[in-house]
Design a protein around this ligand. Structure first.
Ligand SMILES: [Zn+2]
Length: 272
């Protein structure tokens, strides 16, 4: 996975750091003025991102998919050159170019779906970043149907997930993507099963805070009896011990105790 649109700083926004610009300020033309979003009207950006994808594919070895990110590009098309262009066409052409490049490498592109969802059209808690000022959802008709949509909604903790059916009606294959709460994971897992989607658990910010939820996610994804899944199963120490037992088999500490399990300091309270 590599963020090929928003999150171009490769650092969390709360730290104010930029992996590229704080070390190579002369590369500013590759980004929009705030550095958060790649500048899609700069042809060097497109070429660089294809090179990065190639390098990661070579490094990661065999596979069928490559996730190009493309969420939360809040400063899309804000530089002088991009402002002269059609921002929806810039976005659609960029994504299609990357998808076609990846296809030549034998991979299908996966992208986040929030920019393709209109704010206000979906219930509270749903992630939709297309707005009246920047209507990126209009790009959806131009996108290759070979792209898999990763439909993330971390604030949805009950009920249906109609965005999955929305994307599937438009001809896309879909992944339901929860994050770090038991109710969110259960809700999106059920929606994935009923809509014929896959499930992609995310582990943002601190991997360790999500580790105790790995076994719960697998349970939600693969359980034949969804009605039997109770949130209480996820709140007791048994889930942590079960997850630790799985880790012990999957990633043995090989005699180094400090590598085993996870530490309290690796699970800071998440404020945002
Ligand atoms: Zn630009």
């Amino acid at each position: 996975m590599f963020n090929c649109w928003g999150h171009a700083s490769a650092s969390r926004v709360k730290y104010g750091r930029h992996v590229v610009l704080d070390q190579n300020p002369r590369l500013a033309p590759w980004f929009e003025p705030d550095g958060w979003t790649w500048c899609l009207s700069n042809p060097q950006t497109r070429s660089l991102l294809c090179d990065v994808c190639d390098e990661l594919i070579d490094w990661a070895g065999p596979g069928k998919y490559f996730h190009i990110g493309c969420d939360e590009a809040y400063s899309h098309a804000t530089c002088e050159r991009c402002r002269q262009a059609d921002p929806v066409a810039l976005f659609a052409d960029h994504v299609n170019h990357l998808a076609s490049h990846l296809r030549r490498r034998g991979r299908r592109a996966i992208m986040w779906g929030d920019a393709l969802l209109e704010q206000g059209k979906w219930p509270a808690g749903f992630s939709a970043t297309s707005s009246a000022e920047m209507p990126t959802h209009r790009a959806v008709d131009r996108l290759s149907r070979d792209i898999v949509i990763a439909d993330w909604h971390y604030g949805v903790t009950q009920g249906e997930v109609p965005t999955l059916a929305h994307f599937r009606r438009l001809g896309f294959e879909t992944l339901a993507c929860p994050w770090n709460t038991a109710a969110n994971i259960r809700t999106l897992s059920r929606a994935a099963q009923t809509s014929g989607s896959g499930l992609l658990m995310t582990t943002w910010h601190h991997l360790a805070q999500c580790i105790p939820l790995l076994a719960w996610t697998a349970n939600c994804a693969w359980s034949a009896d969804q009605a039997a899944l109770r949130l209480a199963q996820c709140q007791g120490p048994l889930l942590r011990t079960a997850t630790a037992a799985c880790l012990r088999r999957l990633v043995p500490a090989e005699g180094r105790f400090e590598r085993a399990g996870w530490n309290a300091f690796e699970q800071p309270p998440e404020a945002d």
